[in-house]
Design a protein around this ligand. Structure first.
Ligand SMILES: NC(=O)C1=CN([C@@H]2O[C@H](COP(=O)(O)OP(=O)(O)OC[C@H]3O[C@@H](n4cnc5c(N)ncnc54)[C@H](OP(=O)(O)O)[C@@H]3O)[C@@H](O)[C@H]2O)C=CC1
Ligand SMILES: N[C@@H](CC(=O)OP(=O)(O)O)C(=O)O
Length: 342
């Protein structure tokens, strides 16, 4: 099989490095371009990245020269975007216009009417929007987005609850500092502390979830008819977002029925390379899931759930820069490839 040429925009950042890690030995994709700011362009990736993951930098990327974020300098079929949202707003359409498939992590286009916001295990049928997008915008390429990291972790757990008539969701997050990027939260601010505010995060959880669980009617997404209410908090954990979730359902399932639905959840995607063996892992110990112990389950792609109680109340936890960011985009691109759209 001929490898799909993959570029990474924002390749030196917290999410960009996760993309490099996910794509360096990928069976379908080959990294052909690493792009970042003018500060990094012209340097080798080794010099520019200041590698901060606890796996070794893949040898194959060490000497690649970092290029500016520009469709003329990036050689690829698909670009994975880990750019700051304000920059993604102007840059991603330029790439789509120039014929690239853009798999974006940035929030800029997630809620646009004609841009799919996809979690393969939740709403693969929303990819039908790509045709609407290309017709409307006249682009040769397209943009596909993945949700906010906290939204992904929560929504994967909500999907199996839809069968019980999901009506209301309340969530309180405990979010890792890597979610704010390498230059995000000062050590003096987060050490020995909890910060009960993450800009725009609550609104993203409250709106993106409705789009994800909505129905594609052939031309647009009709948002799910339910209410989501979020309170978001930064905690001194490096990786892994933990969420306390209250789910109100019409059929009032018992905790055991909810546990069974989590255990049986099988999205049947058809063996995509980044798909974890289990999208949801049920922990029955009284004190799990925990970020330090559970974030790398399924190579960081599984979401762990536990403490399922009357209410229904439970805890969900997932790796924010893998399942919640780079891994999510790569899984979207794998799904597109498996459907012949990439
Ligand atoms: N799905 C999700 O929930 C998540 C999404 N994200 C999103 O991913 C994106 C990246 O986040 P993160 O990796 O944490 O951010 P970082 O700050 O760690 O990295 C930013 C990257 O963008 C590049 N960049 C910054 N400014 C420019 C510029 N003017 N021109 C070109 N490149 C530039 C940087 O390059 P350089 O090193 O050269 O400065 C770097 O590669 C954001 O939009 C963020 O919101 C993040 C976490 C989770
Ligand atoms: N806000 C998230 C990470 C992030 O960048 O989200 P988004 O992609 O929605 O901007 C966090 O801090 O953990």
């Amino acid at each position: 099989m001929v490898a799909v040429k993959a570029g990474i925009l924002g390749a030196t950042g917290a999410v960009g490095q996760r993309f490099v890690e996910a794509l360096a030995n990928h069976p379908w994709f080959e990294i052909t371009a690493l792009a970042a700011s003018e500060r990094s362009a012209g340097k080798t990736y080794r010099e520019a990245a200041g590698w901060r993951l606890d796996t070794a930098m893949p040898e194959s990327v060490e000497n690649i020269e970092v290029v500016p974020v520009d469709p003329k300098t990036v050689e690829a079929d698909v670009v994975f975007s880990a750019l700051p949202a304000d920059l993604a707003l102007s840059v991603e359409p330029e790439f789509a216009k120039a014929g690239f498939a853009v798999a974006s992590n940035a929030s800029s286009y997630r809620m646009e009417k004609d841009i799919p916001l996809v979690i393969p295990e939740v709403n693969p049928e929303h990819l039908g929007l790509l045709e609407v997008q290309q017709d409307t915008r006249g682009w040769d390429g397209y943009i596909i987005t993945n949700p906010n990291c906290s939204t992904i972790v929560m929504t994967i757990t909500l999907k199996p609850l839809i069968q019980f008539g999901l009506e209301t969701v309340q969530v309180a997050t405990m979010q890792a500092i890597s979610g704010a990027g390498f230059s995000g939260v000062a050590a003096m601010a987060i050490y020995d502390n909890v910060i009960p505010y993450i800009g725009s995060e609550e609104k993203k959880m409250e709106t993106e979830t409705l789009k994800l669980l909505g129905e594609f009617n052939g031309s647009e997404i009709v948002p799910a008819d339910m209410k989501v209410s979020a309170s978001c908090h930064r905690v001194p954990v490096v990786d892994g977002h933990t969420e306390a979730i209250w789910a109100g359902m019409r059929d009032k399932p018992t905790p055991e029925e909810v546990r069974e639905s989590f255990l049986k959840f099988d999205p049947k995607l058809g063996e995509l390379p980044s798909e974890p063996g289990k999208a949801l892992i049920v922990r029955d110990e009284v004190d799990r899931p925990q970020p330090r112990l559970d974030r790398n389950m399924g190579k960081g792609m599984s979401v762990s759930v536990g403490r399922i109680r009357e209410g229904i109340r439970y805890i969900a936890m997932g790796h924010n820069t893998i399942r919640g960011a780079a891994g999510a985009s790569v899984l979207n691109a794998e799904l597109l490839h498996s459907m012949g759209k990439l």
